[in-house]
Design a binder for this molecule. Structure first.
Ligand code: DGY
Length: 327
């Protein structure tokens, strides 16, 4: 068996793959471009991808030996699942193992933005800390505030559980109410407009799909409080980037914490990066040593199972691929 891996991943994942297959790993730190990816994957049975690789019909047609693609991520907006399914290619992802780590980071961003940690620490580095200032770096209280969660999936729920410790009022919106979890996490279902109007903090936890692309634009930002904070640890494309930059520049909302952006990465001279009320981090919400190791291991287990013809632990089209093969 031959497996292509599009970047160096934690050793635990690579070791699992190497026990069962010949493994080729893209050696550079930047992702392979299309041509390089085709070259790397030529003749491979399986492909282990990251969210930086676009997997579509064109790619799969260029590497017809590939029978399974395992994405080391819970999000799979980089993969055309329909194109994979119709070509009999199994697609796998790595949910659950990163939920708590991502929720931790959502709170890290939220607290850092609300309490202006970065501008304050930067001022210290510049030698500007001269005394205790009664009016210096005033932020927003998180404790007791209202949190609006857009997308109450696994990560949204984990964020809500943390918010209870901060005595936050929790509103959420989703495709439908989820009464089974409302009691557990202490959240109330509302429509998106009400959530935007009433929340002090809005946190995004939806996948990027045709329906969610740019779901937060100028109109939605105008509905938010002028003191509101927007946090995004989901996908950059869920927000209209230029509308957000306008809103932050004009004071339509108070601040934003973004672990994901559109485009990603943002060009170094993008105006968002110069605003004092924005904190941008490089898509690191799942980046703990333990979690990235778990993601690598699960991605490897998924891929090996699919290539052996067994049901992978976490596939999104296993049934569909089998159904397609039988029809
Ligand atoms: C994912 O898994 O989709 C994250 O964005 C990276 O961990």
């Amino acid at each position: 068996m031959r497996i292509a891996v599009t970047r160096r991943i934690p050793d635990a994942g690579l070791a699992l793959l190497a026990e069962a297959a010949e493994v080729v790993v893209w050696p550079k730190s930047l992702p392979p471009n299309r041509e390089e990816l085709i070259g790397l994957t030529a003749g491979a049975d399986g492909l282990l991808t990251l969210l930086t690789e676009r997997v579509d019909g064109e790619l799969l047609d260029a590497v017809p030996t590939v029978r399974a693609v395992s994405n080391m991520a819970v999000g799979y907006d980089n993969i055309d699942v329909e194109a994979a399914t119709t070509r009999g290619v199994v697609v796998c992802i790595t949910p659950d193992v990163l939920t708590e780590t991502t929720a931790d980071f959502t709170f890290a961003l939220l607290l850092a933005v609300a309490r202006r940690v970065k501008p304050a620490a930067d001022a210290v580095l510049r030698g500007e800390w001269k005394t205790w200032e009664p009016l210096g770096f005033l932020g927003q209280d998180v404790y007791g505030s209202t949190l609006g969660i857009i997308g109450m999936g696994r990560i949204g729920q984990a964020v809500a559980r943390r918010a209870r410790g901060f005595a936050m009022t929790i509103l959420y919106t989703d495709q439908a109410p989820r009464p089974e979890i409302e009691n557990e996490v202490g959240a109330r279902f509302v429509g998106i407009d009400q959530l935007l109007r009433e929340s002090d903090v809005v946190s995004l936890h939806v996948p990027l799909t045709r329906e969610t692309r740019k779901m937060i634009g100028a109109e939605q930002l105008r509905m938010m409080k002028r003191s509101a904070i927007l946090i995004n640890t989901a996908r950059g494309g869920v927000i209209d980037t230029e509308a957000l930059a306008d809103a932050l520049e004009s004071g339509t909302i108070w601040a934003a914490g973004l672990d994901v952006t559109d485009p990603e990465p943002l060009p170094a001279d993008h105006r968002l990066l110069r605003l004092p009320n924005v904190l941008v981090t490089p898509h690191i919400a799942s980046a703990s040593e333990v979690t990235r190791t778990r993601m690598a291991r699960l991605a490897a287990e998924n891929l090996l199972a699919a290539l052996r013809g067994e049901r992978p632990p976490r596939s999104i089209n296993w049934e569909a691929v089998r159904g397609h093969a039988q029809s």
